[in-house]
Design a protein around this ligand. Structure first.
Ligand code: G3P
Length: 219
């Protein structure tokens, strides 16, 4: 399973790179705004800065919601760097744009996916990744992980689908572990969720005991 980090914060991305387990980055307009990155030129430069930090897929989202606008923006994003994945919302024109990009062999990430039917359409259109939002479904008392399972079953049923399931809006370590059990291809979430995988009280107490026994034995 690949680990992407869901942030536009360069320091956080660098920390994840140094951890040695990072495969890629996802961003969205909210995450860019959170970092104060505004205006088209600064946004494009920021994507290039992220590409310099991480040698892996970097999702960059279009703002347009019409086919022509998505194609124009997506082509400009794809021209920035070979690792850019054009992120496109799950709307009617978005499906047309994903099909267009798939025919041009430009990689896409279909975002804002909340149902199995939407994931089926994304795969039919040839999306490289589909992003079901696990945490946001949980937020409205709907089982986000059940959706990942449902999409896995559907994609497994049809070998011609090579769309990768990118479990997004992952919020905590159990989301990641459950996604791994289900067989999601990729998870994306904050570094805090990824680093929480490290934690176990028996690791901490066991290490403390090893170190104190070592000290006692060497006095
Ligand atoms: O990748 C999608 C993600 O940015 C949404 O996460 O935590 O805002 O629901 P969240």
């Amino acid at each position: 399973m690949k680990f992407f980090i869901d942030t536009a914060n360069l320091a956080e991305i660098q920390e994840a790179v140094e951890l040695g387990i990072l495969d890629g980055v996802t961003t969205n307009p909210s995450l860019m705004a959170k970092e104060g990155i505004t205006g088209q030129d600064r946004v494009l430069k920021h994507y290039v800065d992220i590409c310099k930090l991480v040698d892996g897929p970097i999702s960059a989202e279009v703002i347009a919601t019409d086919f022509a606008g998505m194609v124009r923006e997506g082509e400009a994003l794809a021209d920035l760097h070979p690792n850019i994945i054009v992120k496109i919302p799950m709307i009617e024109d978005g499906i047309k744009a994903i099909k267009y990009f798939s025919q041009k062999e430009i990689q896409t990430n279909c975002t804002l996916v909340f149902s199995a039917g939407q994931a089926l359409l994304a795969a039919k259109a040839g999306a490289t990744y589909v992003s079901p939002f696990v945490g946001r479904l949980d937020d409205i008392s709907t089982d986000g992980l059940a959706l990942i399972e449902q999409i896995r079953t559907i994609y497994r049923n049809y070998y011609s689908f090579d769309t990768q399931i990118l479990a997004a809006s992952v919020r905590h370590p159990m989301h990641i572990v459950k996604c791994a059990e289900i067989g999601a291809d990729v998870i994306t979430g904050p570094l805090s969720a990824i680093k929480a995988l490290l934690q176990h009280p028996l690791t901490d107490s066991g290490l403390a005991k090893f170190l104190s026994d070592y000290q006692k034995a060497t006095v």
